[in-house]
Design a protein around this ligand. Structure first.
Ligand code: GDP
Length: 360
């Protein structure tokens, strides 16, 4: 699927850069253009592979909006024309979809991405998707509340919102900050392969997946999730039937960007590997298993032929918002918002201790 990418904010820019680099390194040519937009100049300066656009300079002078996502919304609204002009020529006639990429817990991306999606929808006929990064469980209440509002608005504006939970794709025990590198690399590889499915085919066949299947799966709207797993392919075709089932199971049950999301309106199973290592029987069996697991009658399947000694499975879910993880996240976001609204604490009063005397 040929895509144009626009990263908003720090996470959005970093992930967009990684995606553009992965696509170029692999020679897939699925990424047709990549732009990073931010109100913080320093964050843009660290990017090398994408075009950059500073917004909100008159309001925040290149220093960013902090974690104030309402200000993020305002600066994107004020400078929207500049951003859209900067996209001219990047969303070429070749792009089949636009992805707006952002961390939902911060300020610029959280507040700006929904505004940008809204305006892109007015201009382009191709689908406009969001790729949103959810804050991990241990990130503060402000991040949770910001992400809740941003997600709600994105769900209203975008054709589908692919969510990556910051707790999902890194090792246990690693702090979130040191995990960013790992997470971004994994997002780049997994989402990058999804974009490339149907682009960089080393063999043509009826069963090869193409972009329309990705778009049809995302047509369910709402929340999308992506799962991924690989295993060494066997020389034995019978064993590869078992391996195909096994990678598909791992991709959905343990390798997903949104832990616990299994119920969906639609799904796409892409099996990647050497054409002779992809068993038809295994793919069909895995596809039927996915129908049962997702409780969806709309499960598509296809191959991604590539020169590799591994078998990989990518599972894309569409309409996956009925998951426990989303429920739990929205609950946390609501609680954080309620706590904010309950008003600021009078810290001096909280520490008032009759047994101590004030100095004066
Ligand atoms: P903004 O620049 O104001 O849009 O704010 P950020 O992009 O820093 O958004 C903060 C949220 O994004 C938090 O939940 C962070 O954990 C997350 N985040 C920031 N940078 C990265 C990154 O490079 N990768 C990932 N995966 N998450 C990030």
């Amino acid at each position: 699927m040929k895509v144009a990418l626009i990263g908003v904010g720090q996470a959005g820019g970093n992930v967009t850069e990684r995606l553009a680099r992965f696509d170029a390194d692999m020679g897939f040519e699925a990424v047709q253009g990549a732009l990073a937009v931010n109100s913080a100049e320093a964050d843009l300066e660290s990017l090398q592979f994408v075009e950059t656009q500073l917004i909100g300079a008159d309001r925040v002078n290149g220093h960013g909006v902090g974690a104030d996502n309402e200000l993020g919304t305002e600066v994107m609204q004020s400078d929207i024309q500049q951003v859209l002009d900067g996209l001219d020529g990047r969303v070429t006639s070749k792009a089949e979809a636009v992805f707006v990429v952002a961390g939902l817990g911060g300020g610029t991306g959280s507040g700006g991405a929904p505004v940008l999606v809204h305006h892109l929808q007015q201009i382009y006929d191709i689908p406009v998707y969001a790729l949103g990064i959810l804050p991990g469980r241990n990130e503060g209440a402000l991040y949770q509340a910001n992400a809740g509002r941003s997600l709600k608005t994105l769900l209203r504006e975008a054709d589908s919102t692919l969510l990556i939970d910051n707790d999902a794709w890194h090792e246990q025990g690693e702090s979130i900050e040191s995990a960013f590198e790992t997470i971004n690399e994994r997002i780049a590889k997994r989402v990058g392969l999804l974009f490339a499915a149907g682009e960089a085919v080393n063999g043509v066949g009826e069963s090869v997946v193409d972009s329309s299947e990705v778009i049809n799966t995302l047509r369910a709207g709402g929340v999308a999730a992506l799962g991924y797993a690989t295993e060494v392919a066997s020389e034995d075709s019978g064993e590869n039937i078992t391996n195909t089932m096994s990678v598909a199971r791992q991709a959905l049950l343990t390798g997903t960007s949104l832990p616990d999301a299994t119920t969906a309106d639609s799904a796409l199973l892409v099996i990647a590997g050497r054409p002779d290592a992809i068993p038809r029987k295994g793919v069909e069996r895995a596809r039927r298993w996915l129908e049962d697991e997702t409780e969806s009658m709309q499960v598509r399947g296809g191959d991604f032929p590539m020169d590799s000694d591994r078998l990989g499975a990518l599972v894309l879910l569409g309409g996956a918002e009925r998951s426990d993880r989303i429920e739990a996240f929205m609950e946390r976001a609501r609680e954080a918002k309620d706590a904010q609204e309950a008003g600021a604490t009078d810290h001096a009063k909280e520490l008032a201790d009759d047994r101590l005397e004030n100095l004066f």
